[in-house]
Design a protein around this ligand. Structure first.
Ligand SMILES: *Cc1c(COP(=O)(O)O)cnc(C)c1O
Length: 468
């Protein structure tokens, strides 16, 4: 039973209508949608009421209540998907949006997004066209494939290809290739959802052609190879190359598919990096179908690219599931513009942010670190310890699993707060700065910090260090 004091307080709470009248004369609310203000006013009053019922004595003069309503409105109206600074050094960071798009891709999204387009119109015949036409010949040119299409993402591409080409049959896969990638994509689960029966062969570390051959029965519909894009099996190992699998498949008239995951169109070994499988190699090896991601090593928008024989790709296009997984026109616009750059691999490595960051030399990271260190020094106090340290960046995103890229980082140990507090406050700033902590140091890796972001980082740091 509320006491008399509580009753008194509750009676004096301002009414919603009174508060809403006040907001009409208040500039802070001038451009805010009415329904957002109304909802915030009700919430604030509810909160005050429950505080009073809890025996508290909150401040509820008009000014205080209106400030709280304004604060809640600003919070509601603030965008939730926001850009941030990736200082982690992980290039393809799944939680941070994977690949950054090229300027060309961004421009094309605007061009196609703000206008009607020939998305599904064949301009020469005036008849209905296919949305894949925009990228098909280009993908074929870059990979050597006969036919190509693109869907929502590579998980979708795998599901679609399996469902179309192997539903109701046994699909033979090596035990060493039953990949799980983040976000609960597991090869066995996708296999089940696509209506195929998984037939595992070999052992975790060793699989031979005779294992595949021994598993083939009249129920076999496909031999599948999965690129172990996010792990490596090392030591006493053996796996069957795609070429041998294709030979085996051909002799039994069985479809051979490869899921490359992070498939690439440029030879990274030309930049001193290890070899990641080239899509063109898998096509040349004779796979009927090869699938790969648009936003891993390709450095484009989220998409799943399917290349292969005309017969297999046409079958996939005719699958009703294709409609459910189809690529959006904005993605297609970005994908076409990204792929265009690959006609000149040297230009591609300069212009495509993912490739630029992956191939950034150690010397270049040293220059960038020196610049960042200078900026950070400027805003730090006498007791804050700023230094450079030679560490390692990671490619991330299910590519180059065991590769570490040498990099020079800027490290900071603040005097007046813990490193964990610094990390949290940087993360909660606008723009958020995401970095890592190692050996009790706050570490910023210039590899993934975009040119020009150094000043944003230092001004954010300045604010945080000053208010510690
Ligand atoms: C990443 C990956 C996928 C899924 O690709 P998305 O584009 O993320 O849907 C599938 N298979 C392999 C081997 C992968 O590495």
């Amino acid at each position: 039973m509320p006491s008399t004091d509580t009753h008194q307080l509750l009676r004096h709470l301002p009414g919603v209508d009174h508060l809403l009248d006040k907001t009409r004369e208040d500039d802070r609310f001038a451009t805010m949608p009415r329904q957002v203000i109304i909802r915030a006013a009700r919430t604030v009053l509810d909160q005050l009421r429950s505080q009073i019922l809890d025996g508290l004595n909150p401040d509820f003069d008009d000014a205080a209540v209106l400030s709280e309503i304004a604060r809640q409105c600003r919070q509601t109206l603030a965008p939730k998907l926001v850009p941030l600074i990736n200082a982690t050094g992980v290039v393809l960071h799944t939680n941070l949006g994977r690949a950054l798009l090229t300027q060309q891709a961004l421009k094309n999204i605007q061009t196609i997004g703000e206008s009607y387009s020939n998305l599904e119109l064949n301009l020469s015949t005036g008849k209905r066209g296919l949305r894949y036409t925009a990228v098909e010949s280009l993908i074929c040119e870059l990979t050597g494939a006969e036919a190509a299409m693109a869907v929502n993402n590579n998980a979708g591409a795998v599901l679609l290809a399996l469902n179309t080409l192997a539903e109701g049959t046994d699909v033979v896969v090596s035990r060493g290739e039953l990949v799980e990638i983040g976000g609960s994509f597991r090869v066995p689960d996708v296999m089940a959802k696509s209506g195929c029966r998984l037939k595992e062969v070999g052992t975790t570390n060793r699989t031979h052609v005779k294992d595949y051959a021994g598993a083939i029965t009249e129920d076999t519909g496909m031999l599948l190879k999965v690129h172990t894009s996010n792990y490596r099996i090392q030591g006493f190992t053996a796996s069957v190359g795609l070429k041998d699998l294709v030979t085996l498949g051909k002799s039994h008239k069985i479809t051979v598919m490869e899921d490359l995951g992070s498939g690439t169109l440029v030879d990274f070994s030309a930049f001193g990096l290890p070899m990641e499988p080239l899509v063109s190699h898998s096509v040349a090896a004779g796979a009927d179908i090869v699938t790969f991601s648009g936003d891993k090593l390709l450095g484009g928008p989220q998409a799943g690219i399917i290349v292969g024989t005309k017969q297999a790709v046409e079958k996939i296009r005719a699958n009703p599931l294709t409609r459910a997984l189809r690529i959006d026109k904005l993605t297609l616009a970005a994908l076409e513009a990204t792929l265009q750059l690959y006609r000149d691999p040297a230009a591609a490595t300069k212009e495509i942010p993912t490739l630029r960051m992956l191939t950034m030399s150690f010397e270049h990271t040293c220059q960038r670190a020196a610049l960042l260190e200078k900026q950070v020094q400027k805003v730090c106090g006498a007791g804050d310890i700023v230094a450079c340290a030679d560490l390692e960046s990671r490619p991330g995103g299910g590519s180059f699993p065991d590769l570490r890229l040498p990099t020079r980082c800027v490290t900071l140990i603040p005097k007046n707060m813990s490193v964990a507090t610094l990390e949290r406050r940087m993360r909660l700033s606008t723009p958020a700065v995401i970095a890592r902590i190692e050996n009790n140091r706050y570490i910023m890796d210039p590899r993934t910090i975009q040119p020009g972001q150094e000043t944003l980082i230092s001004s954010t740091l300045e604010t945080i260090l000053r208010t510690s």
